[in-house]
Design a protein around this ligand. Sequence first.
Ligand code: HEC
Ligand code: HEC
Length: 289
Amino acid sequence: MPTKIEKDATTGTETTGHEWDGIKELNTPLPKWWLYTFYACIVWGVIYTIVFPSWPTLSSHFGGTSGWTRRGEVAEALAAQKEGQAEIREKIVAMDIDSIRKDPALMGYVQAAGRVAFADNCAGCHGAGGAGAVGFPTLADDDWIWGGKPDQILATITYGIRNTNENSRVSDMPRFGADGLLTKEQIGDVADYVLSLSGTQGNAAAVERGATVFAENCAACHGEKGEGIQDMGAPRLSDGIWLYGGDRKTVVETITYARRGNMPAWIERLDPATVKVLATYVHALGGGQ
Ligand code: HEC
Ligand code: HEC
């Protein structure tokens, strides 16, 4: 039962007027600074929900008077990043790869952007870091089928290999067995000869017969000593590095059916700056000439 409000003798604080069995309740209100901060937070909260996207509505949500969205912020950041890169990418398109390589700032960009573009577009066939796989040449060594000079690499990547682009690199090894150009025995002999080029000892008589078959049928593309001819896209056969495999069975299969691997013309899929970045990146992977 409320009684009268009085001052407590011990603490000097007013009582609330409540009393139970002689025990009186002191009135200790919230500190003023706390209370006003609390009110300020409420006001700030209300303003916030008006300015920024906040309350759900039946079909969507109240967007706020400022029109701000997180999505918009990301789009702006992306646009700004693109604009920041536009200058450097224009430079890369305009410059030749040798000059790009001498510019540390551009090379820094090439390394970063090239790694990403390579992982996105090339690693599926050529392996992580250009390590290569059966049928897909290693790009990190200095053994080049179509040439390892900057312009050769750029041309290979730009127009691709054995595709429908009019500038595509094309060179089709004949299907010597499947099309009946050589007999089984001749193919066996020439396979022995090819293997002997990289040091595998075969039957000496077979190797000798194979050498004649090679000179007549293969040297025009692969070179007299199997050293390879880049203009023909014909790999070197004397270095022990194999695109399709260097055991006798695989070599016989290659000669019988040919392989004719394809690569897309990347200029049809990527912008010129990215293609140039990739050519510079691949050239720098370790084996560029
Ligand atoms: C669909 C599979 C595939 C993809 C994806 C691919 N390549 Fe290739 N690439 C090949 C094949 C197959 C060859 C070899 C063709 C041949 O000459 O027999 C090749 C050859 C090359 C060569 C020539 C190598 C040499 O020794 O001369 C370069 C350079 C190259 N690719 C770069 C790239 C780059 C850069 C990308 C990514 C933009 C890429 N490739 C994506 C299949 C692919
Ligand atoms: C018209 C040119 C041409 C002629 C002629 C030719 N080749 Fe090839 N050869 C190529 C090309 C291009 C490749 C690359 C593989 C492909 O087709 O994808 C190749 C690949 C090979 C390979 C696979 C190499 C590897 O690294 O796995 C072998 C082995 C080979 N040739 C042997 C021969 C032999 C033996 C003959 C003669 C009987 C011959 N070639 C004639 C163009 C030719």
